[in-house]
Ligand binder design. Structure first.
Ligand SMILES: Cc1ncc(COP(=O)(O)O)c(C=O)c1O
Length: 382
């Protein structure tokens, strides 16, 4: 038997709940992916580029045309001029970008601060690098950074802090004031940042996403990660990118070139074309997803779930204590799936140590109107 390097990792809850949804025929509002396709023009472009022979390795750093489009978008959205050549690297998914950034930075004995509830891919990557995650719970009920806890968690071994805004699973957004505060806190320390911004274009109610790219001081020590999968409704394409100052990008690329070497070529061509032809896509995304959030929440207003509307992402948290306070959230998610035909994700799985009285499940509202209506009808009947 192999002596496992990741003894605590099993099948993820996302896979388990999606499987349970399939077995039971439940509507799947668990795993974070749309039940609709990406834009037709984008999907058509892939076939066109395959037919045109764009089927061999792309440059290791990514197709230049796509890197240029990402640079143009960053300039447009966040007002920063980044070099497409030396600061942007295209990766096979944000997950791979995060993995490479962690391998670039972390050595045995290093500590990495993550905020709970936290996305599940960070910790295994830290452990494989020989590091250790220090879990800092976000404040309740708004999932904001608890500065006292963060400052208590810092140690001479702290090498990296992983941020995630808009935040999965809560939808909370980091503000500029919070970034300023963070900059003050780590100014004189040798600490880097990975800023997971895969939901950067999914922010609602007129709010603006505050990217670490736009923060002059923090950007100098940051790897900022995003995902075309989330932005263009094509999560299965597993194509993302990482933006970092040239010196950091150069080190990250040394890792990336031996993890995957490059992303999938025809997908990069298609994305580059689409970004040229449809720059408005990202501007329209907030309204597109806000309409879905509002439809789902308006319908759920007649249920016994209680919730505050998500500020960002395509996830909505809901408190079910008025329905089954006797069940923990894992049991509740299974009960909802098996008995009521709607699959959800329990929020406790995003914690190292979840609060005992946590009664929250996560719904993904990246779904067609018909799916959201059917799901809400089932949920309101409970
Ligand atoms: C917070 C967060 N980061 C990263 C990812 C992964 O993105 P990708 O599919 O591009 O690897 C996800 C996907 O659910 C996510 O929720």
């Amino acid at each position: 038997m192999i002596n496992s390097k990741l003894p605590n990792v099993g099948t993820t809850i996302f896979t388990r709940m999606s499987q349970l949804a399939m077995e039971t025929g439940a509507l799947n509002l668990s795993q974070g992916f749309p039940d609709f396709d990406g834009p037709q023009a984008l999907c058509d472009a892939v076939g066109r580029h395959i037919a045109a022979g764009h089927n061999q390795y792309s440059p290791m750093t990514g197709l230049p045309a796509l890197r240029e489009q990402v640079a143009a978008k960053i300039q447009r959205c966040y007002g920063r001029a980044v070099s497409a050549d030396s600061e942007i690297t295209i990766t096979p998914g944000a997950t791979q970008a995060i993995f490479c950034a962690i391998q670039t930075l972390i050595r045995p004995g290093d500590e990495v601060i993550v905020f709970d509830p936290c996305y599940d891919s960070y910790e295994p990557a830290v452990e494989l690098a020989g590091g250790r995650c220090v879990h800092v719970p976000l404040g309740q009920p708004d999932f904001s950074i608890d500065w006292q806890r963060l400052s208590d968690a810092l140690s001479p071994k702290t090498r990296l802090i992983i941020l995630n805004s808009p935040h999965n699973p809560s939808g909370a957004l980091i503000s500029r004031t919070e970034l300023d505060h963070l900059a003050t806190l780590i100014r004189d320390r040798d600490i880097y940042l990975v800023s997971d911004e895969v939901y950067e274009h999914l922010v609602f109610d007129g709010a603006q996403h505050v990217s670490v790219v736009s923060h002059e001081e923090l950007y100098q020590r940051a790897f900022v990660v995003s995902s075309f999968g989330k932005t263009y409704h094509v999560t299965g394409w597993k194509t993302g990118y990482v933006v970092a100052p040239a010196a950091l990008s150069a080190e990250l690329r040394k890792v990336h070139q031996y993890v995957s070497f490059c992303g999938v070529t025809p997908l990069q061509w298609a994305l580059a074309d689409f970004m040229v032809e449809h720059p408005e896509h990202v501007e329209q995304l907030p309204a597109f997803y806000q309409a879905k959030r509002d439809l789902f929440c308006d319908l759920l207003a007649d249920s016994r779930f209680s919730f505050t509307r998500a500020a960002g992402t395509f996830f909505q948290l809901a408190d079910y204590s008025a329905i089954r306070d006797d069940l923990d959230d894992v049991a509740m998610s299974e009960w909802l799936t098996r008995e009521h035909g709607v699959a959800t994700i329990p929020v406790s799985v995003f914690y190292q140590q979840a609060p005992k009285d946590l009664r929250l499940v996560r719904f993904c509202f990246a779904k067609r109107e018909e799916t959201l209506r059917q799901a809400a009808e089932k949920l309101c009947a409970i």
